[in-house]
Design a protein around this ligand. Structure first.
Ligand code: SF4
Length: 73
């Protein structure tokens, strides 16, 4: 569950291979082996509430394999 998402669907419109709206109408990330080549940066820029960010790279400088949407706290 993403507490920041307001369900505007901008990310889904831009990157339908990466994001979808769940049963609650909030964005979730689809599991992919590789998110490069997708329009993820455009979705991040388009999100009006900054709910999407890349995961931090590991100590080797590699992305850990996905996108993190802000979690409930
Ligand atoms: S993550 Fe952002 S762009 Fe995507 S549906 Fe939620 S509010 Fe909209």
């Amino acid at each position: 569950m993403n507490s920041t998402c307001i369900g505007c669907s901008a990310c889904v419109s831009i990157s339908s291979n990466v994001f979808e709206l769940d049963d609650d109408g909030l964005s979730c990330v689809l599991p992919l082996d590789d998110y490069s080549g997708q329009d993820v940066d455009d979705s991040i820029s388009a999100c009006p509430v900054n709910a999407i960010s890349w995961q931090e790279a590991d100590s080797d400088g590699n992305y850990l394999g996905g996108i993190k949407e802000h979690e409930d706290v």
